[in-house]
Design a protein around this ligand. Structure first.
Ligand code: SF4
Ligand code: FES
Length: 144
């Protein structure tokens, strides 16, 4: 199981939060905004690489919920604004179930997590971070 921790990247306008254990390595962030997300560098996120609204827009497109924005003066997190009460589940071709809404995850060891933004649940069985997708569906050649 991967370590569950949140890494902060603080910039002039926004602080980006990244939960490594939720990242499915979809590549969307670095393909769409390479001035901010640079997987070949350490640190790999550069929060001053683009203006705040552009970064927030990209963070909201993270399909797994690994990325979010923290208000500089509070500890609260925002991801995509919730505009209704409906929880939706979208099937990613050859990949995870993308869940958007409020869900409760009950782990086998009794831990309960409430997720209010987005997460990606493994559908291929190969994830090392179940029930979440960790991107292993690509190397396992999962189709479905
Ligand atoms: S899951 Fe999110 S953080 Fe991970 S690569 Fe995709 S867009 Fe970036
Ligand atoms: S669906 Fe992504 S690791 Fe299983």
């Amino acid at each position: 199981m991967s370590i569950e921790r949140t890494i902060r990247y603080t910039g002039e306008e926004v602080t980006i939060l990244w939960k490594q254990h939720l990242c499915t390595h979809s590549k969307k962030c670095w393909q769409n905004l390479p001035a901010v997300f640079k997987p070949g560098e350490r640190p790999w996120i550069h929060p001053d690489g683009a203006d705040g609204p552009r970064i927030i827009d990209q963070v909201c497109q993270c399909p797994s919920g690994a990325l979010s924005i923290a208000e500089p003066t509070t500890t609260s997190e925002t991801n995509e604004p919730m505009n209704d009460e409906t929880t939706t589940i979208e099937l990613a071709p050859n990949g995870p179930l993308l869940v958007k809404g409020t869900i409760q995850v009950k782990h086998a060891d009794g831990r309960v997590e409430v997720k209010e933004t987005k997460c990606a649940l493994c559908r291929c069985g190969a994830s090392g971070n179940k029930p979440y997708c960790d991107g292993s569906h690509r190397s396992s050649g999962f189709q479905g």
